[in-house]
Structure formats: C-alpha cells, structure tokens
Write a protein that binds this ligand. Structure first.
Ligand SMILES: Cc1cc2nc3c(=O)[nH]c(=O)nc-3n(C[C@H](O)[C@H](O)[C@H](O)COP(=O)(O)O)c2cc1C
Length: 184
C-alpha cells in the first residue's frame, strides 16, 4: 500500500514500518544498547522515566520470549535475533502514588527507540499478541510494572521466506487522513 504524505516530515518517520520478514542474522548487545539509549531520552511526567526493557538476545531468553507470543506472531517473530519486552512502572518512585502517564511516556520511549533503530538500518515490529500473565511469570516481573508489548528487532531478510498469506501483508500500512485526527 502506498503511503501518501500531506505534509513534509522527517525521512525516518516516512521510512519506518513494521516488517515481518526478519533475517536470522544475530545482533550483539552493543548494537541494541543505542536503541535503549534513544528511549532513555524520551520526556516523561515528573521525569519518572517509567520505561523498562527485558532484552532477549541469548538463545535461552529468546526461547522463553518466543513461548509467550501468540502463534500468529510466532510464525514470523521466531526468526528475529532480538525480542524486547517493554514494561512501564505504574507508580511514581518519589511518592509511590499512581502515575497516570506511565503508558503514555513508555509509548514515547518506544517511538524514539523505533526511529533510532530505523536510522541504524534495523527493523522493529511491536506485538500486543502475547500472553501477558505468562510473560510476567516467565520473567518474574513485579506487579508494579505493566507489561505492554514485545518488540521484534533485527535486520530485514527475505520476503519470499514468509508464508504466502503474510507476503501479501508485507508492506507499510497506510493511514487515515490527517484531518480526521483533529476532533475539533
Ligand atoms: C502496541 C502495538 C501492538 C501491535 N501488535 C501486533 C501484533 O500482535 N502482531 C502484528 O503482526 N503486528 C502488531 N502491531 C503492528 C501494527 O499492526 C502496525 O504498527 C500498524 O498496522 C501500522 O503499520 P506500520 O507500523 O507498518 O506503519 C502492533 C503495533 C503496536 C504499536
């Protein structure tokens, strides 16, 4: 699907999309840490920085992370060399009160992370399709952290390796019209 831009915006936003054709090429932790660094500098309410990550990059943790994905995601995401779980701390550290903005701020951090990945020639694909309770158990994540998403990170591989149905979806998705985003 062709994307149409109504206004001129930065190239990285234009070129980022969510592919499924991951290459099995391994990445090092040093290649992933700059993405965490980009997330680190996202703005957040009271500078709480509620975003937290579990980086599955070794075979043992990758297998644990793959096991919590829904089958429809496993078929393509199992090839990704890195699976990144993103969680958000629900309370402010300074007073232990509820932080209404924890998901908002963590979303911003994921946005920064995905654009830094794009700049470095890496692809990212976020997934909501996974078993959150299982993820909490498998990685022993405390209740004070909302588990939001698992992101596949890697390099682009070969579209032909996807099953035919997924090949037809292997393109950047379009968007609703800019004007529709304005409520009033
Ligand atoms: C929080 C979140 C959850 C998502 N969950 C899934 C998922 O479980 N499986 C999947 O294939 N894509 C998933 N996606 C990818 C979206 O479908 C995709 O971002 C959207 O269609 C826009 O396409 P684009 O990222 O290529 O621009 C998810 C994206 C986000 C941000």
């Amino acid at each position: 699907m062709e994307r149409k831009y109504n206004y001129e915006i930065m190239d990285l936003i234009q070129s980022r999309w969510s592919p499924r054709a991951f290459s099995e090429e391994k990445l090092s932790r040093e290649e992933i840490m700059p993405l965490i660094e980009a997330a680190r500098f996202a703005p957040s309410c009271f500078n709480e920085q509620p975003w937290r990550f579990i980086i599955a990059i070794d075979e043992e943790n990758l297998e644990k992370m793959r096991n919590v994905l829904m089958p429809g995601n496993q078929v393509w995401a199992n090839k990704a060399p890195v699976l990144l779980l993103i969680a958000a701390k629900k309370t402010f550290t300074y007073n232990n009160k509820e932080n209404f903005w924890h998901m908002f701020d963590t979303g911003t951090a994921w946005g920064f992370l995905s654009l830094e990945a794009q700049r470095r020639g890496l692809i990212t694909h976020a997934m909501g399709g996974f078993d959150m309770d299982q993820a909490r158990l498998s990685f022993n994540i405390p209740e004070d952290y909302e588990i939001i998403t698992i992101v596949a990170v890697g390099k682009y591989g070969n579209k032909e390796n996807l099953d035919p149905k997924l090949q037809t979806r292997e393109h950047p998705d379009g968007r609703m019209e800019t004007e529709k985003l304005i409520l009033k």
